[in-house]
Design a protein around this ligand. Structure first.
Ligand code: ADE
Length: 417
């Protein structure tokens, strides 16, 4: 079996951490047990282009238990946990192509290695594998029955492909499941982003002005957690409804041009490019810390910052100091997602639900092979509801059920004032 990982000697440490994460993933464990008995993925070759973390390893173990042959490649050059990659390759028998800090050529070589496996199902986080199979690797397109997509950015790309008539196979937007984005995007990104910023810098956030760029599910999570740490939180937005929601949630809202000069920390989570650009770098205070927790490293225009700087040096792991004529600006994790670059990504308890949706969506694809036309589909509502029910059960939380009288009331129109 082939693989490309940093150091196979890290495998034991990887296994320990994967098992630790597994304790926090009871829903995925239940699905794994059912998969082992029912083998719903037997005969499928599943190429998973995901952040190579302990949580992903437990998803991969679940897919294997279901009978799939799984190959893994990194979905981001900086998010791989090298001990996990080593464990997947040498302890769990998974061809794994992922090295933390890999350059662009290696990143694409790894994607190509996953394509070489002739997948029947793709599992993406950001749509890079789907995109490769629709461009440089169309030789492998015909064998794919369907795919799944983990993240907002990937779903946006897929919908653009579908609108162009370019998408050649059906893909389930796992991100759109309520048990995914309500929790992963909000509480997962909220906690792991603060974790990344704090691990990288060890700064005190209380009393600091913390600017959150974008008030989608991820931005909401970060704004809440930054407030919880005592920061004075400012939100920037382009959508009136979200801006209004941020105001009513108690945050100050203003354009980035007004926020940049007063900020101590800026974190972007918009999914769009150049949210922080030359005009903003030029107005920042000395010592401002800037990072991104959106999927791609396009939110900060680092080219213009580099042009303004006389020198750039690394001052701590994942912290780069840009020396401007009269000020320093610090950029975390090279502008890549700070929660996975400088920390370990979302905690396992939240990935439990995201990856339960991934596993059951892959099963759904296998069950519906050839029946769905190329398009972007939501996670079936019954699967989404099942994940919520299993998670509550695993947490030991019971909820009420409607009485027959209440049920009748909700379906009738006769009772009123
Ligand atoms: N995306 C965000 N956090 C993650 C994690 N811990 N594992 C895989 N993908 C992630």
């Amino acid at each position: 079996m082939e693989y490309h990982v940093k150091d196979t000697a890290l495998a034991d440490a990887g296994v320990q951490r994967i098992e630790w994460a597994d304790h926090e993933m009871p829903v995925l464990r239940q699905i794994r047990d059912r998969f082992a008995a029912e083998q719903p993925l037997k005969g499928q070759v599943l190429a998973a282009c995901l952040h190579v973390t302990t949580e992903t390893a437990n998803l991969v173990r679940t897919l294997q238990a279901g009978g799939a042959e799984v190959v893994v490649c990194a979905s981001n050059p900086l998010s791989t946990q090298d001990d996990v990659a080593a464990a997947l390759a040498t302890r769990y028998g998974v061809p794994t192509y992922a090295i933390k800090g890999e350059d662009r050529d290696t990143y694409f070589a790894h994607l190509n290695a996953a394509a070489d496996a002739s997948p029947t199902i793709t599992m993406d986080d950001g749509c890079d594998l789907v995109s490769l199979l629709h461009s440089a690797r169309t030789d492998k397109l015909a064998g794919v029955i369907g795919g799944t997509e983990e993240t907002t950015t990937g779903v946006i790309r897929l919908k653009a492909m579908a609108a162009d008539g370019a998408l050649k196979y059906p893909v389930i937007a796992v991100n759109d499941a309520q048990t995914k984005h309500f929790f992963d995007n909000r509480y997962g990104t909220g906690q792991s982003t603060m974790d990344g910023i704090i691990r990288a810098t060890n700064i005190l956030l209380a009393g600091r002005t913390f600017v959150v760029g974008g008030y989608g599910w991820c931005g909401r999570g970060v704004a809440q957690r930054a407030r919880g740490l005592g920061a004075n939180v400012v939100v920037t937005e382009i959508e009136p409804l979200r801006a209004l929601e941020a105001v009513m949630d108690g945050f100050r809202v203003m354009p980035m041009a007004a926020a940049a000069p007063i900020s101590d920390v800026i974190c972007t989570l918009t999914g769009d490019k150049h949210v922080v650009r030359r005009e903003h770098w030029e107005s920042m205070k000395d010592g401002c810390i800037v990072c991104n927790s959106g999927h791609f490293d396009i939110e900060l225009d680092l080219v213009s910052l580099g042009e303004l700087a006389s020198s750039v040096r690394s001052v701590r792991p994942f912290v780069q100091e840009y020396q401007l004529p009269d000020r320093k600006i610090f950029v975390l994790a090279e502008g890549r997602l700070v929660n996975l670059g400088a920390a370990e990504g979302h905690p396992a308890a939240v990935m439990d639900m995201s990856f339960a949706n991934q596993a059951t969506s892959a099963e759904y694809m296998a069950q519906h092979a050839g029946q769905l036309k190329p398009d972007v589909y939501g996670v079936p509502a019954d699967l989404d509801a099942l994940v919520a029910r299993l998670k509550l059960e695993a947490m030991g939380i019971a909820i009420d059920v409607l009485t027959p009288e209440q049920e009748a009331y909700l379906t009738s129109w006769h009772e009123g004032t």
